[in-house]
Write a new protein. Structure first.
Length: 550
């Protein structure tokens, strides 16, 4: 019974507090910053990616150490419990964001669309009289890949129709707003290009038939489209209309009573959190609890092992002597990705045109004199998973390689292999958008492999690091054809790095003077040897001075 009460007190109750506190706190911040204050972030970032990222903070920092009170033979099970807790909280949080947007959205009643600018902007509108010009429309098609391994090819057709007060205005005035309709279809990404084109043409015909039969006046109220990727698609459609000037006020029709807009969202949040918490409680009650760690918590003693693990984790991201180029490169890559997201380029997936605008390596432009794209492209990424994979790969190789080569040489080979990787991609593909730090990272792995094979690294370190290199390279090469990863850049970066490593290895071998100064490698790097020499001279000078004083 004591074990059950300890589990409730030290694990389950903190989980419940974290769950309710996070849902309420983030939902309030959403209302305060993005609804009330109107900070213009993408809807996908506010409703999904921000809570996804922020929720890990209380899970890892506060709940994680509590979960480690449970005793398992396999330490990885603790992380599985953290994942369970994460999704139990995250799913109701998603529903709560939809709820707060709908619940706080105001309804403005308009006699006609001409009154739109006479009132402060609101989320919802009703129109007593209007004319929607179905004959002069704007259309935009977009495509993206989805699924765990990009196995889906998604097709979108955005259609917009201008809204007027009366039919006569269609020939004499510009529209103040547009009504949008979206058609969507997903097919297998494994289909060939001709098969995809055939499916796309079939999708166009189906959408055209649905549009022709659609009663565009079949709505009770209008929902203003917020800043989102869907809105971006509608804006592109507006630009493609043949007559009217573009504006960015877009509505979609809602054909249900306004009071029912939230349906049962609030009940869904409560029921979902209750069921998820019950599942988490059962999972907590099954294993035994570590009584020794419980007594430590009761005594108010810190968990030194957890603190040490946390410090070791953050050491990977903290610049320090002999290791500061890798963290700086990490910050630059993440910073550019976040800036692109804030500017509306997307988070989960970045559109090709946005990547080109930001400096992607694209054959028709690069070969036409924009050679700077060979460099800028290695700091761009196509989505969240893309940058996460590259940052992990960079930190792993940089943590070991940078202290050995020194900052200047390390940065030089990073940029050089990245540019060479971009050049290989450019020569391999005619019109492919090539981006990502992976070409430069493959170059660093190529250098590391050359140093391993030429026995510059210590023998006892060779096998473990070689396995790590093989896993990273093998994973990227394996998923390249399926995920449309630029394997030409990977191969170009790796081979150029390997060649540079072979060129550098004789000089590096000659630098073996004090193996103890660099525990991972076979000899200390040049900049560390110089520091050690200066330190020895200073120490000798101090000893001589002391002797003279005596």
């Amino acid at each position: 019974m004591k074990g059950i009460s300890d589990k409730l007190r030290f694990i389950f109750i903190p989980f419940v507090i974290i769950a309710i506190g996070f849902i309420l706190a983030y939902t309030f911040l959403h209302w305060l910053l993005f609804i009330k204050a109107g900070i213009p972030l993408k809807e996908e970032i506010v409703n999904f990616w921000l809570p996804f990222a922020l929720l890990w903070i209380p899970i890892v920092i506060w709940l994680g150490p509590r979960i480690k009170l449970l005793r398992f033979n396999n330490g990885k099970i603790h992380f599985i419990y953290q994942i369970i807790a994460f999704f139990v909280i995250f799913i109701p949080t998603l529903v709560a964001q939809e709820y707060i947007v709908k619940a706080t959205g105001k309804l403005t009643e308009l006699n006609s669309i001409t009154e739109l600018n006479h009132f402060p902007p609101t989320k919802y509108y009703t129109l007593k009289s209007y004319f929607i010009n179905k004959k002069t429309i704007g259309v935009h098609s977009s495509f993206d890949e989805g699924g765990r391994y990009n196995q889906h090819f998604n097709m979108h057709i955005y259609v917009v129709m201008p809204i007027f007060a009366k039919e006569e205005d269609a020939s004499t005035k510009e529209p103040l707003a547009w009504l949008g309709v979206l058609y969507y279809k997903s097919i297998s990404n494994r289909l060939g290009e001709n098969e995809k084109m055939a499916e796309y043409q079939k999708f166009i015909n189906e959408s055209q038939k649905k549009f022709d039969n659609k009663n565009i006046s079949e709505f009770i109220y209008l929902d203003r489209i917020d800043n989102s990727e869907v809105r971006d698609g509608y804006i592109e459609a507006i630009k493609n209309n043949p007559i009217y000037k573009p504006n960015q006020t877009i509505f979609v029709g809602v054909n249900k009573p306004f009071p029912a807009r939230n349906d049962d969202d609030l009940a869904l949040i409560c029921v979902g959190l209750f069921i998820g918490s019950l599942i988490f409680l059962i999972a907590v009650l099954i294993p035994k609890i570590d009584e020794e760690q419980v007594e430590r918590i009761k005594a108010g003693k810190p968990d030194e092992a957890a603190q040490r693990e946390m410090r070791e984790f953050f050491d990977f991201f903290k610049p320090k002597n002999g290791y500061y180029i890798t963290p700086i490169l990490t910050y630059i890559n993440i910073g550019i990705f976040l800036l692109m997201a804030i500017m509306g380029s997307g988070v989960a997936f970045v559109q090709g045109q946005d990547l080109i605008n930001w400096g992607a390596n694209y054959g028709p432009l690069t070969k036409n004199g924009e050679w700077w794209r060979l460099l800028t492209s290695i700091f761009l990424h196509g989505g969240l998973l893309h940058i996460m994979a590259n940052i992990c790969g960079l930190i792993v190789v940089g943590f070991f390689l940078e202290p050995f080569l020194g900052p200047k040489k390390y940065l030089t080979v990073y940029l050089l292999t990245g540019i060479l990787a971009s050049a290989v991609s450019l020569s391999w593909y005619d019109a492919t958008i090539s981006i990502g730090a992976s070409g430069a990272i493959f170059g660093l792995y190529g250098i590391s492999l050359a140093l391993l094979l030429t026995k510059v690294y210590r023998t006892d370190f060779t096998l473990a690091f070689l396995i790590g290199v093989a896993i990273f390279i093998g994973f990227n090469l394996l998923w390249g054809p399926m995920g449309k990863i630029d394997n030409a850049a990977h191969i170009g970066g790796f081979l150029s790095g390997f060649a540079i490593g072979l060129i550098l290895s004789p000089r590096l071998k000659r630098q073996k003077e004090n193996a103890a100064a660099c525990p991972i490698l076979g000899e200390p790097p040049a900049h560390q040897r110089k520091s050690a020499t200066v330190a020895r001279k200073r120490q000798t000078a101090r000893v001589d001075k002391d002797n003279d004083g005596n």
